[in-house]
Design a binder for this molecule. Structure first.
Ligand code: CTP
Ligand code: MG
Length: 335
């Protein structure tokens, strides 16, 4: 293990730029998908307004954070200002309304961890999950989307990493591996750490956007169109960055002591967060701080078995990028 953990020398990584860019471009959804999503959202908003005049629908997750692939389901949040509503009543009522408007496969999952109504729109063919008052997710979606606008290499890296994670079966929270959301945060953190940095830390800059949600102050710099040149002094290619990412999580990250934090743009210690031992079901074996719910470790789903799987996959990926004659096939080989 020790030998394997030595930093391997960087070989001809750049041969992977062309195939990586090709994969990235093939995964980006075409513009007409956005139009269809808008169309469905407008229909749903009209139905919602009839019952809850104050109710507003927001997209969140991969359909809105710019890290979504083609033909994915969309995630919608119904925000109803009133905090005293009974979520399951609203959910059931909403399911009723949608059902009577010819939407298909309408199903209320009132007892799920995040209660949702599922539906399929026969006109656009889009499937959609609607949750109630999950406004933090809408705000963290904006943060991710804003980061994506600063340097295209974030989107490229995150698409490759998500594609790898899905192919290798390590994007399954119900089996103890990481969410897509966690992987994107890991990518942002990694690009904040490059020297020169490729991404800034938006939450440490002048505040231009601020909302308070569930008693959490969410504030950051969001005039990202002014930051388009931020990473330009760094010339690293996407292949070097993908390799660096896997190398970091395979050999460099200090799993015993460190928490990664895009909120501070730095590493913080597990001790400082009191994440050094298992509390309840949170084992803190890989620590990824949520940017707003800072008591949330996005790695809390990882257990003593799945941490091994994850770390072996990071090592496998780093090795393949160095040594394999056909790295792209092996890297994304179905597990
Ligand atoms: N989310 C969150 N906290 C988590 C997991 C998810 O707030 N621990 C929210 C985030 O707003 C995230 C959204 O739920 O954008 C969807 O999460 P996820 O399915 O992990 O990410 P997607 O970007 O939708 O990825 P995929 O393409 O795999 O659907
Ligand atoms: Mg999703």
């Amino acid at each position: 293990r020790n030998l394997k953990r030595q930093m391997p020398c960087r070989v001809d990584i750049d041969r992977l730029n062309t195939p990586f860019i090709a994969i990235y471009e093939s995964l980006i959804p075409p513009e007409e998908e956005k139009a269809k999503q808008k169309q469905l959202l407008t229909l749903l908003q009209r139905l919602v307004t009839k019952e809850w005049p104050e109710g507003r629908l927001f997209l969140y997750g991969s359909c809105a954070n710019s890290f979504g692939v083609s033909r994915s389901d969309i995630d919608v949040c119904l925000a109803i200002g009133d905090a005293n509503i009974n979520k399951s009543d609203v959910l059931l009522k909403l399911a009723d309304i949608l059902q009577s408007d010819n939407l298909q496969d309408v199903q209320a999952l009132a007892r799920a961890r995040v209660p949702i109504v599922k539906l399929m729109d026969p006109v656009t063919g889009i499937s959609c999950d609607i949750c109630i008052n999950n406004v933090l997710a809408v705000v963290n979606t904006k943060l991710l989307r804003d980061y994506a606008q600063i340097d295209e290499r974030l989107r490229q890296l995150a698409y490759i990493v998500k594609h790898w994670a899905k192919s290798r079966g390590v994007n399954e929270t119900y089996r103890g591996t990481l969410s897509s959301y966690a992987y994107v945060i890991m990518c942002i953190y990694f690009l904040q750490q490059r020297r020169p940095a490729i991404l800034p830390c938006l939450q440490e800059m002048e505040i231009t956007y601020s909302v308070t949600v569930d008693n959490i102050e969410c504030k950051f710099y969001d005039q990202v169109e002014k930051l388009r040149k931020f990473g330009s002094r760094n010339k690293e290619t996407i292949a070097q960055l993908v390799w660096g990412f896997f190398n970091y999580w395979a050999y460099r990250h200090d799993y015993a002591n460190d928490v990664i934090s895009i909120r501070t743009g730095s590493v913080i210690s597990k001790r400082e967060k009191d994440w050094t031992r298992r509390i309840g079901n949170d084992r803190h074996l890989i620590c990824i701080e949520d940017p707003f719910e800072i008591s949330h470790d996005l790695g809390r789903v990882v257990d003593k078995y799945s941490i091994k799987v994850l770390r072996e996959e990071f090592e496998r990926a780093a090795h393949i990028m160095q040594d394999s004659p056909h790295p792209c096939e092996s890297l994304f080989e179905p597990y």
